[in-house]
Ligand binder design. Structure first.
Ligand SMILES: [Ca+2]
Ligand SMILES: [Ca+2]
Length: 494
């Protein structure tokens, strides 16, 4: 008799524990958690994407190997603010009029739920940290909890200057744990490890490899300067690019300064070092998830907000419509949907992130959301895919990317066309060749029908009265011209 109570107590305790497990499993079977990782200014210099032969990204590569990685994924806009505003709200730049970094998206795209708002409305606990929206245009009310973490100032180590002009690179003396991104990941790990009675949506926004590329020396040491391989640059590349494209490239700006300085290899080393630092932070976040009870019921998505030129087309930074500026990593790991080792080569853009997450979590896809769910490609990366990737930079400048082609059309009608199979560097503009006329008009059918004015609809942009239409048209043309100049010739804000 004396043994029964203790046995019963033991059984009781294990039953409670067991029921708890069942309860959590039942819960998770309904809705998976989401770990949403944004990496700022990370182009395709991720080892498995092959953008640069020397880049060291073991953590992102390992994450890719767990699910499906997209080799032909492109941003909605090649700039932080419009890219992120579109991705987070599901509203394309051409639909909203949010084209550049200086446009506050919040008063413009204010009638719809962003991704975290949508998840919160459907029972999710939402939290985020770091850079999810563009700096200065954060909207913390989108989240139940949000943290803006700052590290120590990562100043250049003694003996190093700040870089060349606006291209800022130098090792820093501070350690990983003093960097802002480290604190962001720490905060996200704390959130992860709190008790959860609801499924969670957790966003971790890393600032690196955005400039300045001031990361600890050990990351620079991984890329010996004398062995750095420079990007492939054709000095005459812009000769067949129309004036609108040349304006975006600004060859007399960063590129000339870098070449004149003789420090091209150092700049490339700096970007590579910053990428490997960011990769290590991704690794910390994933390791914490794997050590948690949520490992097997959490959808993971990792994206870079756009690409980055390091001299290709005599251009630096983003702010253009070529492959280097639009292509960025996109990885999904979705338990029960993706299989390890999935590689998808279909053209996709980041407007698909919102609907895909909603789809994977059994949430409705809001009507306003532009872009198809990637679920068919997550189930079968080789599945048929009728869509193209679309990137917009400034009003009515667009790039269409298919499996084989890039077609660029600028607001004034100038064009570029590339064959990605035979010419992956996009060195030969085929747009002027008569035999491609039919192909161009076929690709042009994917261009947006609506191209809102910069900043969205304003009273003066209401349909003109018939009597004034001619004057109005001229005014609009003038304003459009001004905008193109503003977005392509003025040094853009980061
Ligand atoms: Ca960015
Ligand atoms: Ca060329």
């Amino acid at each position: 008799m004396s043994r029964f109570p203790s046995l019963f107590a033991l059984l009781g305790i294990s039953l409670v524990g067991w029921l708890g497990v069942i309860d959590r499993r039942a819960h998770s079977a309904e809705k998976p958690n989401v770990l949403f990782i944004a990496v700022d200014d990370l182009n395709d210099w991720v080892h498995h994407l092959g953008g640069h032969p020397q880049t060291i990204t073991p953590q992102i590569d390992a994450l890719a190997a767990r699910g499906v990685t997209f080799y032909n994924a492109h941003c909605a806009a090649p700039s932080c603010n419009p890219s992120r505003a579109a991705l987070m709200t599901g509203v394309r730049p051409a639909t909203s009029g949010v084209y550049v970094n200086s446009t506050d998206w919040r008063p413009i795209i204010n009638q719809v739920d962003s991704i975290p708002m949508h998840f919160a409305k459907h029972g999710y606990d939402t939290a985020g940290a770091g850079k999810i929206y563009h700096g200065g245009f954060d909207r913390d009310s989108d989240w139940q909890r949000y943290a803006h973490k700052k590290g120590k100032e990562a100043a250049p180590a003694p003996g190093h200057n700040d870089g060349v002009g606006g291209i800022r690179f130098a090792p820093t003396n501070i350690g990983d744990a003093e960097m802002g991104d480290y604190a962001t990941v720490d905060w996200c790990i704390e959130q992860l490890n709190q008790p959860h009675d609801k499924p969670f949506f957790l966003a971790c926004g890393l600032h690196k490899p955005h400039m300045a590329w001031n990361v600890p020396q050990k990351y620079y040491d991984m890329y010996p300067l004398d062995k750095i391989v420079l990007p492939k640059v054709l000095d005459t590349d812009l000769d067949d690019v129309p004036p609108s494209g040349v304006k975006m490239a600004r060859p007399e700006g960063d590129h000339k300064a870098i070449i004149d300085s003789g420090r091209y290899k150092e700049a490339v080393q700096g970007y590579l070092a910053a990428i490997t630092f960011a990769d290590a932070m991704v690794g910390r976040m994933i390791a914490a998830l794997d050590a948690s009870p949520h490992k097997n019921n959490t959808v993971i998505v990792l994206w870079g907000d756009h690409g980055w030129h390091l001299g290709e087309k005599l251009h630096w930074r983003k702010f253009s419509l070529w492959e280097e500026a639009t292509r960025a990593p996109l990885i999904f790991v979705a338990p029960g949907v993706t299989q390890a080792g999935g590689v998808c080569r279909q053209p996709v853009d980041f407007m698909s992130i919102y609907p895909t997450l909603a789809d994977l979590c059994g949430l409705p896809i809001p009507k306003h959301v532009e872009g198809p769910s990637l679920r068919p490609l997550l189930l079968d990366p080789a599945a048929a895919w009728p869509h193209v990737a679309l990137t917009t930079w400034g009003r009515n400048n667009h790039a269409i990317r298919t499996d084989r082609r890039r077609y660029i059309r600028y607001a004034n009608g100038e064009e570029e066309l590339y064959d990605e199979q035979g010419d992956p560097q996009e060195w030969t503009n085929l747009a002027g060749r008569p035999e491609h006329a039919a192909l161009k008009s076929q690709l042009a059918q994917h261009l947006p029908q609506i191209n809102k004015p910069e900043g969205g609809d304003k009273p003066q942009d209401a349909p003109p009265q018939p009597a004034k239409s001619k004057v109005k048209g001229k005014k609009q043309a003038k304003r459009a011209k001004k905008l193109i100049q503003a977005t392509t010739t003025v040094k853009p804000t980061e």
